[in-house]
Design a protein around this ligand. Structure first.
Ligand code: NAD
Length: 479
């Protein structure tokens, strides 16, 4: 049985989509597995005046979408939930919140630990963090602040946000969520590298031709057009998720499992991102926006709800990222993410060169790490399951173990409750990645693209293929 944790969660935005779709189901899983049992309570806050009973009903209703446990178990779990209506700018409300948290702390013997979770619009993050501090909400145990994405929309706004939250919380108590870091495969990469010395030996510019990261979605923006108009895929996927995936594959192996050591290596990698001049952006990055499909059945991006008819927001990006380190100099990291691609796929393709024969690996082998297990597979060598590939340089825990995969948010909440910061992003990492992304964004904002430029259901604009062809390479994942 898991070791029980104790804490009071204060969820800002407790009536929202993220809370109901991700957080409450994850807390319920932790409840069922015993991580959360008797000594926890959840305070949901939002503007609406809800009663505790109504809030609990909404929690149980959303759980029913994901679980077939008895209503009795869900209702028992929901007894740990309390509601406090709250406006982020009203100091009085923070006092009410503080009193409720301390009452529940006594009632549930929650160890004076607090998790403050920002499931709320980013423009409120700073205000809420400052009020938590100024209105004395912090308790005598730990006080951990959890921040959802997006963390800023460029380097300046990220700096401003960070300035605000770091006035109220030390960096060690800030848990910035990048939910890709909660995914089983991304968390397994250090183990895969450690347990497969030949692969680790090959991970450098002597043996790697290029590394490709693809986060493809088949859906369009659905009902999130309004949000997407303020973001675009470069900000939404590359600055955070894709960079963090590169961090997992390409950072130096840490000498220990200590979070500080792991982050030091990742920070060093990001600080060596090879800067692009504005002209180099045109060569290294391609943007796209989806049109209808070839039958004309699907909406083009510009026809989606809450999207401007002349929107120049990109729904597709492909790019070539390089690092100025001895280990990775001259190895292109080709990255790609887009909506309305032929199917959903999240994968890392490590393309080895012919020198790897020195290591006993078949020349030009491709090792693919599938971030979401596809058709029962998790690691491929040259397109087939690694176990059947006829090369034994990769070992991995049995597939059955993988089957028990935790949902990303569940895993991240365990880390937050355990004080484990390995799978969260640090400010120094974000600063470097934003700086890099800003150069691309600024160049793009200074030019008018010819959008739409790819059909829904296609692999993106042709320029994405040409980006690799120019280097004599090609995308491994090609539907
Ligand atoms: P949402 O609009 O569904 O919920 C927002 C919540 O904030 C609601 O509970 C609302 O009542 C509350 N709120 C709004 N104004 C308020 C105010 N003035 N004072 C107090 N409370 C107020 O949004 P969401 O989709 O749940 O997203 C929440 C956060 O999580 C955002 O930062 C978003 O970027 C991030 N996020 C969401 C998802 C997702 O899947 N929904 C994924 C990743 C990140």
């Amino acid at each position: 049985m898991a070791k029980e944790k104790s804490a009071i969660f204060i969820i800002f935005g407790g009536s929202g989509d993220l809370a109901h779709r991700k957080l409450y189901p994850s807390l319920f899983r932790l409840y069922k597995s015993g991580f959360l049992k008797d000594h926890f309570a959840v305070i949901g806050t939002a503007r609406r005046p809800w009663s505790d009973d109504y809030f609990r009903e909404t929690v149980v209703t959303s759980l029913k979408d994901y679980f077939d446990d008895s209503e009795e178990v869900m209702t028992e779990f929901a007894k740990h939930f309390f509601y406090q209506s709250h406006d982020v700018n009203d100091s009085e409300h923070y006092i009410a919140l503080k009193n409720l948290a301390s009452k529940l702390d006594d009632q549930f013997e929650a160890g004076h630990n607090r998790v403050y979770y920002m499931a709320i619009a980013p423009r409120f993050f700073g205000t809420v963090a400052e009020h938590i501090n100024s209105e004395g909400l912090k308790a005598s145990g730990y006080n951990r602040l959890v921040i959802e994405k997006p963390f800023g929309r460029d380097l300046d706004s990220a700096c401003e946000l960070n300035g605000n939250i770091s006035k109220a919380f030390p960096e060690n108590d800030i848990y910035r969520i990048d939910h890709y870091l909660g995914k089983e495969m991304i968390q397994d990469i250090p183990n895969i590298r450690k347990n497969n010395p030949k692969l680790e030996q090959a991970l450098n510019n002597k043996y790697v031709s290029n590394i490709q990261i693809t986060l493809a979605e088949s859906l369009g923006v659905e009902d999130r057009g309004g949000y997407y108009e303020t973001a675009g895929v470069l900000r939404d996927m590359v600055q955070n998720h894709i960079m963090q995936i590169i961090g997992a594959v390409a950072s130096d192996e840490p000498e220990s499992e200590d979070a500080d050591v792991i982050h030091k290596n990742k920070t060093e990698l990001f600080s060596s991102l090879k800067e692009l001049s504005p002209e180099e952006v045109d060569q290294a990055f391609v943007r796209g926006q989806y049109d209808t499909d070839n039958l004309g059945d699907l909406k083009a991006y510009r026809q989606e709800d809450n999207v401007a008819e002349d929107s120049n927001i990109e729904t597709f990006v492909a790019g070539k990222i390089e690092f100025d380190t001895d280990r990775w100099r001259n190895v292109p990291f080709y990255v790609r993410s887009g909506k309305r691609m032929p199917k959903k796929s999240s994968r890392i393709d490590i393309v080895l060169n012919d020198q790897v024969k020195e290591l006993g690996i078949r020349p030009n082998s491709v090792v693919t790490l599938l971030i979401e297990r596809e058709n029962g597979h998790s690691i491929l060598i040259n397109g087939v399951n690694y176990k059947e590939a006829g090369q034994d340089f990769i070992k991995f825990p049995e597939e059955a173990e993988f089957d028990k995969a935790r949902e990303a948010y569940e895993s991240l909440i365990i880390d937050i409750l355990s004080g484990n910061r390995v799978h969260f992003t640090l400010w120094d990492e974000l600063r470097s990645t934003w700086k890099y992304i800003d150069t691309i964004r600024q160049r793009w904002d200074s030019q008018t693209p010819e959008f739409p430029n790819y059909l829904s259901g296609s692999m993106g604009p042709d320029a994405s293929e040409m980006l690799l062809e120019r280097d004599g390479n090609s995308w491994v994942w090609d539907d």
